[in-house]
Design a protein around this ligand. Structure first.
Ligand SMILES: *[C@@H]1O[C@H](CO)[C@@H](O)[C@H](O)[C@H]1NC(C)=O
Ligand SMILES: *[C@@H]1O[C@H](CO)[C@@H](O)[C@H](O)[C@H]1NC(C)=O
Ligand SMILES: *[C@@H]1O[C@H](CO)[C@@H](O)[C@H](O)[C@H]1NC(C)=O
Ligand SMILES: *[C@@H]1O[C@H](CO)[C@@H](O)[C@H](O)[C@H]1NC(C)=O
Length: 499
């Protein structure tokens, strides 16, 4: 199966003077399924994590370097290093990329796969083939990602505080052969007798109260000032319910005293009686005029009463902090347990805030899922790019009054889900999206009518808000995408009439 990565050039977003030249962006095809995508803002280099491979690409998706990460003899039950004499059931196993993160200050990349109990490596940003650290003989303490391909792992690289160590914060669900840890803080450099990827302290791991497997699906990790956040879905058994939780902890917290969880709910605006959307599929954070906001897309499955559908909900981090701040401020040093003012029966932790945040979706769509979200603010206008399960990227203007309007839709690949890693380049000129299978190319939509949120015309010949340049392997379907709006292309049927 051909697996393609698409890069979209968003001229409509580029500041005056930049990006006037139509840039020719290529697509990149991986032999194996693509799992993760990150872009180095400084260099523009794109890194891809795929099954059994890592790729380093130029900003226009030309292959610069690649490294094989699998397959290798393994068995989920065996402790690496795998030796045939110790692990009789080892079979050639694919390595699914579970985590791909940049550490620009240290010019390195963190990469963890499903192979060998989810151990990780550090690689050079300059040359992804150069492995800076890899150790498969450290045992349990080095198991970071889930070794179950279907269990998501999320993370972020940061420091414990100003001048503090570089660390990796990891959130993951629990596969049948995982170690039960769902959140952990990992060293990235050797310190005090600890190797890279070991827990930052003996206490810097958190096991879920629910030890049964496949309970949590992690969706996103992000930071905000002194805090680290995780978004995950959790299937509770008693009482039976599906929840989306937001966990927060202090970056500097060797004891995990600050770990807190809170429910997030996204309500369907069209039907107040309908149950809230049940599952969060993607989330990201952006800084708007009104402060930092968490944007999360939720779905409900077809069996629920409202039928299949999805929505975008906004959670201002100020509101999140207001709920949580009462409980635990971030600070230094051990915090006396008795000062928990939130009064939960689960003390000392996790300190569940039972009344979480409920938002009403600012945009909802029936019959499809929103599968990716990235948000940018340009000239004070908040623009969300939303990937869909039917292979499009919706361009949505989010007005300060809480309303939204979809003013464009980029067909990427019909009926192929846009994967979660939807990334804008540092200069906001390109949007990188991953899908599967081969695409047929449809032209982008014409400029939005009426309340166009962004300045769309940068030069006299530029009438489209957005250009899409795609070339598939060996077959250039790039052709003429510039030109007058609607110059003989005709919007695809499913793209017309959206608002
Ligand atoms: C990157 O590293 C690989 C393996 O060490 C080497 O073969 C290759 O030449 C390097 N590439 C560059 C551009 O330095
Ligand atoms: C929760 O989600 C799972 C998986 O989608 C589903 O099988 C289960 O029925 C849901 N449970 C509830 C209580 O909605
Ligand atoms: C949308 O997401 C829900 C929840 O993950 C899933 O049950 C459903 O099959 C998805 N629908 C589509 C069209 O992708
Ligand atoms: C616009 O198109 C005209 C005719 O093709 C060309 O002469 C002119 O240089 C173009 N302007 C810009 C800014 O590209």
């Amino acid at each position: 199966m051909a697996l393609l990565l698409w890069a979209l050039t968003l001229l409509g977003l580029v500041g005056v003077g930049a990006g006037l030249r139509p840039r020719k962006l290529e697509s990149f095809r991986s032999e194996t399924e693509l799992n993760h995508l990150v872009v180095d803002e400084a260099s523009g280099v794109v890194y891809l994590g795929a099954v059994n491979a890592l790729y380093q690409l130029s900003a226009d998706l030309q292959l610069e370097q690649q490294a094989a990460t699998g397959p290798a003899p393994d068995n989920k039950k065996c402790t690496p290093p795998i030796e045939a004499s110790q692990c009789h059931e080892a079979t050639l196993t694919n390595n699914v990329n579970q985590l791909l993160l940049l550490d620009p200050p240290q010019k390195r990349l963190v990469e963890c796969g499903s192979l060998f109990k989810g151990i990780c490596a550090l690689r050079s940003l300059r040359n992804i083939s150069t492995r800076l650290f890899y150790e498969d003989g450290s045992g349990e303490k080095s198991f970071v990602a889930s070794n179950d391909e279907s269990v998501a792992t999320v993370g972020l690289v940061s420091s414990t505080g100003p001048g503090g160590e570089r660390v990796l914060f990891v959130g993951k669900g629990n596969g049948p052969h995982d170690n039960g840890i769902i959140v952990s803080t990992r060293l990235l450099d050797r310190a005090e007798g600890r190797e890279a990827f070991e827990a930052y302290t003996d206490h810097a791991t958190y096991k879920a109260g629910y030890l049964s497997t496949n309970t949590q699906q992690f969706v996103a990790a992000f930071e905000d000032g002194p805090y680290v956040f995780f978004v995950f879905n959790q299937q509770d058994k008693h009482p039976a319910r599906n929840r989306t939780l937001l966990a927060r902890m202090c970056r500097q917290d060797p004891y995990y005293y600050s770990y807190l969880e809170m429910d997030l709910q996204c309500q369907d605006p069209s039907d107040a009686q309908a149950p809230a959307f049940g599952v969060c599929l993607a989330a990201s954070v952006a800084t708007t005029g009104a402060g930092r906001v968490l944007y999360a897309v939720f779905s409900r499955d077809g069996r629920s009463s409202g039928g299949p559908g999805s929505g975008l909900c906004l959670f201002p981090l100020e509101e999140v902090h207001a709920k949580m701040e009462l409980c635990v401020p971030c600070g230094w040093g051990p915090r006396p347990h008795k000062s928990f003012p939130c009064g939960s029966e689960h003390l000392p932790y996790p300190l569940g805030s039972r009344d979480g945040l409920t938002a009403t979706a600012v945009l909802q769509r029936g019959g499809l899922n929103l599968t990716a979200v990235t948000v940018t603010v340009e000239n004070g206008h908040t623009i969300a790019f939303l990937g869909t399960s039917d292979g499009r990227i919706l361009k949505v203007y989010l007005a300060p009054d809480g309303t939204s309007s979809e003013y464009g839709s980029i067909p990427v690949e019909i009926n192929k889900r846009i994967k979660q890693d939807l990334v804008l380049s540092g200069d906001l000129a390109s949007l990188y999206a991953m899908t599967q299978d081969k695409a047929s190319l449809a032209p982008p939509r014409t400029a939005p009518q009426g309340r166009a949120p962004v300045t769309l015309s940068h030069d006299a010949n530029e009438t489209l808000p957005l250009h899409l340049y795609v070339k598939s392997y060996g077959k250039n379907i790039d052709s003429k995408l510039q030109g007058g709006a609607g110059a003989g292309w005709g919007a695809p049927a499913w793209d017309a009439g959206s608002h």
